[in-house]
Design a protein around this ligand. Structure first.
Ligand code: TEU
Ligand code: CA
Length: 548
């Protein structure tokens, strides 16, 4: 299957390449960089939303699924992108955001009228009253952006549900008309040439009940809408009626998903999704989703990866996206020990490219881009960061603490413009960029790495070539061997082929335990440091060995 033997490259359009110098990346900009994507070795692009949107959540609030955000271009540009990608044998998958629309979508505007046939496209309910007669929302749920989930509409005297921002009202999947609308959207983009969909928060679309949720410190009410039977039924219907009629695949973004739920969502035989993005591995050193740090342990990472690698038919392999901090700032050395930034970026590339599944590389990851060096709240754009800040203010959390947490967790860390070269605005735009550019762009940029065989970019390219040539690295069984706080060793095995991988997630030289040293004596396929390994692994070094 083409989507199994391939690499996906995620583009966050507003930060990729600006073509008309308005400071915002756009579709013609993407077209102008297709050769770079091809050169990396990626054959699939996942495009974060490019649809018409008031941009309350940077495009994840869609006001027209059949049109393009004028900031990014026109439908003709999108068609050209499909055509130009096809010439290079690159498929494009679209971001399918169907849990909610924008409040500026026509459906929602009409649904504000209680008598409209569109009323039932969304979830409208009367409020409650407390003992003293004060108005209360219909239930006690708390949303993903840390705030209220019900917005009162004085026109009809009812509330509507929004699990994200109030400008993102949730659709009602108990209404078959909504499912028919989604089928139309799918067909429209598949007919235009899309190779599939990345499905936004796809395991929470069906709200079984609107009863109060169990008390929780973060999202509250989840048990009424996470991975419900009704949700599975919707996915099966979309697959049967539309997706199975095309040569395409789906990857679901599945929030708070556990292993058993994930299996149900992407088990091939159940015909729902083809694979899912889980969050466990990125949360091994975080508490309360990703907001509060805790100690990194390679052993924990190996344990979590093993569980997922061994249990699912197929994994979506990602370490970064537009919601997550940069991986060199997270698992790598960028914040702890800058001199190993590049080395750690390469070691991480080796980790990702030697796992079982389809790798997703997020723009900038391939050159080792780091978290943003923000210095103040005014440099942030992310709606999640501002909600979190407001919430913490309400609880009187001092500014330095609020800043510390937001700086590490803000989704803007991954959203700063792509660093193409060392020139004005990193070659992203000649105008004024919509979000600040990381000041390290003179050291970290595409053009300085392009022809340097020692660069992070060149290492990604080498790892991708190696992976594509090896059935064992793509499909082989995943076998954990050893791990402690810093070191991790695992194998991949298929039909008598065996590879061993050893990775050092620390700035210390680590000793390979005697018992496993022999495994690393095989033929070295590639190593990060290019140094011969006896019993020691250099700081942040990685080693890939063929054992037979
Ligand atoms: O993100 C889903 C989501 O739940 C995020 O809020 C997630 O919890 C957090 O960012 C990561 O820790 C998806 C999109 O990827 C995100 O950009 C959108 O804001 C969100 O859905 C709403 O559409
Ligand atoms: Ca532009």
């Amino acid at each position: 299957m083409w989507w199994k033997n391939n690499i996906v490259y995620q583009i966050y359009p507003r930060s990729f390449q600006d073509s008309n110098n308005d400071g915002i990346g756009d579709i013609p900009g993407i077209i102008s960089r297709l050769d770079e994507i091809k050169a990396l070795g990626a054959g699939i692009i996942w495009l974060s939303p490019v649809y018409k949107s008031p941009d309350a959540d940077n495009g994840y609030d869609i006001s027209d699924y059949y049109d393009i955000n004028p900031k990014f271009g026109k439908m003709a540009d999108m068609e050209k992108l499909f055509a130009e990608a096809k010439k290079r044998n690159i498929k494009i998958i679209m971001d399918l955001v169907i849990n909610h629309t924008s409040d500026e979508h026509e459906w929602f505007k009409k649904s504000r009228d209680p008598k409209s046939p569109y009323r039932d496209y969304y979830i409208w309910r009367p409020g409650k009253k407390d003992k003293r007669g004060r108005k209360l929302p219909p239930n006690n749920w708390r949303g993903f952006f840390m705030g209220e989930t019900w917005e009162y509409d004085s026109q009809s005297g009812e509330y509507y549900l929004h699990l994200f921002d109030k400008k993102q009202p949730d659709l009602n999947y108990k209404n078959p008309k909504v499912i028919e609308e989604v089928k139309k959207i799918l067909r429209f983009w598949l007919e235009k040439g899309a190779g599939g969909f990345r499905c936004d928060v796809i395991n929470i679309i069906y709200k079984t009940s609107l009863d109060d949720g169990k008390k929780s410190v973060s999202v509250q009410g989840l048990e009424h809408y996470k991975s419900q039977e009704g949700n599975h039924a919707v996915l099966k219907e979309l697959r049967r009626d539309v997706l199975d009629k095309y040569d395409c695949f789906t990857v679901g973004e599945t929030v708070f998903v556990g292993l058993e739920e994930a299996k149900l969502l992407c088990d091939e035989s159940r015909k729902e999704l083809n694979m899912v993005f889980f969050f466990d591995h990125l949360e091994i050193d975080r508490r309360v989703a990703r907001y509060i740090p805790k100690k990194f342990r390679a052993s924990k990472l190996l344990e979590v990866m093993t569980k997922w690698q061994q249990s699912l038919d197929w994994c979506a392999l990602y370490l970064e996206n537009h919601d997550q901090p940069r991986i060199v700032s997270h698992f790598g050395a960028a914040e702890k020990d800058k001199k190993y930034l590049q080395t750690s970026a390469k070691m991480i590339a080796m980790f990702q490219m030697t796992l079982r599944g389809t790798p997703f590389v997020y723009q900038g990851q391939e050159i080792g881009m780091t978290n943003f060096d923000f210095t103040g709240f005014d440099q942030l754009n992310d709606v999640e960061s501002s909600s979190l800040n407001k919430l913490m203010q309400k609880f009187c959390i001092p500014k330095f603490l609020r800043w510390k947490w937001i700086k590490e967790s803000s989704r803007d860390n991954a959203r700063t413009p792509f660093q193409w070269d060392g020139g004005e605005n990193a070659g992203f735009t000649k105008g004024s960029p919509w979000l600040g550019i990381n000041s390290n762009y003179k050291q970290i940029n595409y053009s300085s790495q392009k022809n340097d065989p020692e660069s992070v970019l060149s290492f990604y390219k080498k790892m991708i070539v190696l992976r594509k040539q090896s059935k064992c690295l793509i499909h082989g069984e995943f076998v954990p061997v050893y791990a402690d706080n810093r070191l991790m060793i695992y194998q991949r095995r298929l039909d008598g082929d065996v590879f061993t991988v050893a990775l050092n997630f620390s700035s210390n030289t680590v000793k390979i335990p005697q018992k496993y040293a022999a495994l690393l004596k095989g033929a070295c396929v590639i190593s990060v440091s290019d140094k011969n390994i006896n019993q020691n692994l250099q700081p942040w070094d990685g080693l890939l060995v063929k054992n037979n």
